[in-house]
Design a protein around this ligand. Structure first.
Ligand SMILES: Cc1ncc(COP(=O)(O)O)c(C=O)c1O
Length: 572
């Protein structure tokens, strides 16, 4: 390694003669990294002088995918990747121009760097396209042609003020709930924890394609590699981190499938906060191991409805065997937070700040698709409250709004709980006891109790206000699929791809299979991208039901929805 400089500063100009290299330029807050193109030689770890204003290094070997690894005392190591199959387009062939390649924040200054080389990912090597962990979340509100309607106070029906939420959430999350900023910086400590499972793999489902005999190319972004087994820790970790920063000691929440409760229990265990979870009765009974996971991470778990809260007691009085719903469990947790100064509430979906945190999925995926040279034609995700769907789709929607790509974006919901496809778009409460703010969303009515389908995480009466708004703007579409078709797809997926999906993403799989079979008929080789938001290792009773032929398609009752919609607030 030798000192050098761009634009003629420094002494070593060998890259002018066709060599590639790396140059790092310090400024006050970041270290910018520039890359020169050319033949590159493999390098071992090289010390970076701590006071280097800029450094450069030359290599001689022609890679397809260049990896630059940074070792830093604080964060151990970090890697940046550049697919050099893009290099012919780079505008600096020995003319002294350097391409900006990335940057590291100043407090991550590396002490050592190393080059390594990977081959172009071939069809057989698509499992785990490397990429960086994003350092910013993306807020789609900044780019929407029409801003979403405000949330309203549940009693006065006036637009919500930040202080109206302060008994539930820490200040920073309230700010994120209403921000119009396009990007929000992810705190370093959160990025460090993301590193436990992120970046998550983007995988091509080649074996499923073969079974379906389709010309389509199917990709899935797999979030089941997180400690809790789903996308939910992407928001649990920052939510708990912001609470911990504000000195909060106790966190309460609800959980439907058990995935969110596990994620929050995992996150609170990292920061030493107490966690109490109301788990929807149907899932509490179906998923004892989810309860045990939460307890292992130190959380207290109650079945909902419970006799601990006023909201729970009211429901149990009407129906002692009530199977519960997310709306009821939310009421119980919100009630406890509202009545206890030292306790705050976390929500696993629906709200803007939750969707915001999930955009790490899509930001990573855009880079991974680019590295493959692929552009999605159809993007598919299941929707309960909408967070995994938004997490994958919103960054792609930004690209679509900018005219760079034009994928169809499709939400898939259960036929038994079809808020987007059958609900009304109206102001409604987020919970059964009417304690939450009023949100304009697609709703089946806040006291609608969906039949106990196996996808507990999709049994929510409403859709995220942001997704509802985007749906109204015509920027995405929605369909519903009954659970037997979903499990048929899940079995086909498990037997070809190996992974056993959680019941919720089986909806995305079934929709992707429909699309792939459509391609088979039409002969189109579309690129289908789907959100595989969790594994189903603790959902095997659902698979048992299906394999025994005992699963039934639970119905959706229009009459029950109409009865429930009669109770939503009537606004002028
Ligand atoms: C694995 C999984 N997928 C999807 C969902 C639905 O939530 P959302 O629509 O917010 O992604 C849940 C909710 O619990 C879940 O656990």
């Amino acid at each position: 390694m030798s000192s050098s400089g761009r634009n003629g500063r420094g002494g070593n100009h060998n890259w002018h003669n066709g060599y590639g290299g790396l140059e790092m330029l310090h400024n006050s807050s970041t270290m910018e990294i520039f890359l020169g193109v050319g033949p590159i030689k493999k390098f071992g770890w090289t010390h970076v002088p701590s006071n280097a204003a800029f450094i450069s290094t030359r290599q001689t070997l022609n890679p397809f995918l260049l990896c630059i690894h940074f070792h830093t005392p604080a964060t151990m190591s970090q890697s940046l990747y550049l697919p050099l199959n893009h290099s012919p387009n780079l505008p600096f062939k020995g003319d002294g121009k350097w391409k900006k390649f990335g940057s590291l924040s100043r407090n991550r200054n590396p002490s050592h760097i190393k080059f390594s080389v990977q081959e172009t990912p071939k069809a057989t090597m698509l499992n785990a396209i490397p990429t960086q962990i994003p350092t910013q979340w993306y807020n789609i509100i900044a780019d929407l042609p029409v801003k979403p309607p405000p949330q309203l106070h549940p009693k006065t029906f006036e637009p919500l003020q930040p202080q109206d939420l302060s008994h539930l959430f820490p200040d920073e999350l309230i700010k994120q709930e209403t921000t119009n900023e396009r990007f929000v910086v992810i705190p370093d400590e959160v990025v460090d924890i993301y590193r436990l499972w992120r970046p998550t793999p983007l995988i091509r489902a080649k074996r499923l394609e073969k079974v379906l005999d389709t010309p389509a190319r199917i990709y899935y972004k797999y979030e089941g590699v997180s400690p809790a087994g789903s996308h939910k820790p992407n928001t649990a970790v920052p939510q708990v981190w912001y609470n911990a920063q504000q000195g909060v000691k106790n966190i309460v929440t609800e959980t439907g499938a058990g995935q969110w409760g596990c994620s929050l229990a995992f996150a609170t265990s990292l920061f030493g906060l107490n966690c109490e979870v109301w788990q929807v009765r149907a899932s509490y009974d179906q998923k004892p191991y989810r309860k045990l996971m939460m307890q292992t991470w130190g959380a207290k778990v109650h079945p909902s409805p419970s006799d601990i809260t006023e909201s729970g007691r009211r429901i149990l009085k009407m129906d002692p065997l009530c199977s519960g719903s997310l709306g009821i469990a939310i009421s119980e947790a919100v009630e406890v937070a509202a009545n206890n100064e030292d306790t705050k509430y976390c929500l696993g979906s629906v709200l803007n700040h939750v969707l915001l945190h999930q955009t790490v999925i899509g930001e990573e995926c855009i880079k991974q698709m680019e590295a493959l040279g692929e552009t999605p034609d159809v993007i598919i995700g299941c929707t309960g409250g909408g967070s995994n769907f938004a997490g994958l789709c919103f960054p792609f929607l930004r690209e679509k709004l900018q005219g760079k790509i034009n994928p169809v974006i499709r939400a898939v919901e259960p036929t038994a709980c079809p808020s987007l496809t059958r609900g009304v778009y109206a102001y409604d409460y987020g919970d059964t006891a009417q304690l939450t703010p009023l949100m304009k969303m697609h709703t089946l009515g806040h006291d609608f109790i969906p039949d106990p389908i196996h996808s507990g995480g999709l049994r929510y009466h409403g859709m995220a206000p942001l997704i509802s708004h985007i749906y109204e703007l015509g920027l995405m579409e929605a369909i519903s699929i009954p659970q037997i078709e979903c499990f048929q797809g899940a079995i086909q997926f498990a037997r070809s791809e190996g992974l056993i999906p959680a019941p919720e993403p089986t909806h995305a799989i079934a929709a992707a299979i429909r699309e792939a079979l459509h391609c088979k008929e039409s002969g189109e080789s579309k690129v289908i991208l789907m959100a595989m938001c969790g594994h189903g290792h603790f959902d095997l009773p659902a698979y048992e039901k299906y394999l025994q032929g005992a699963m039934v398609d639970l119905s959706f009752s229009q009459d029950r929805m109409q009865a429930s919609l009669a109770n939503i607030p009537h606004m002028s």
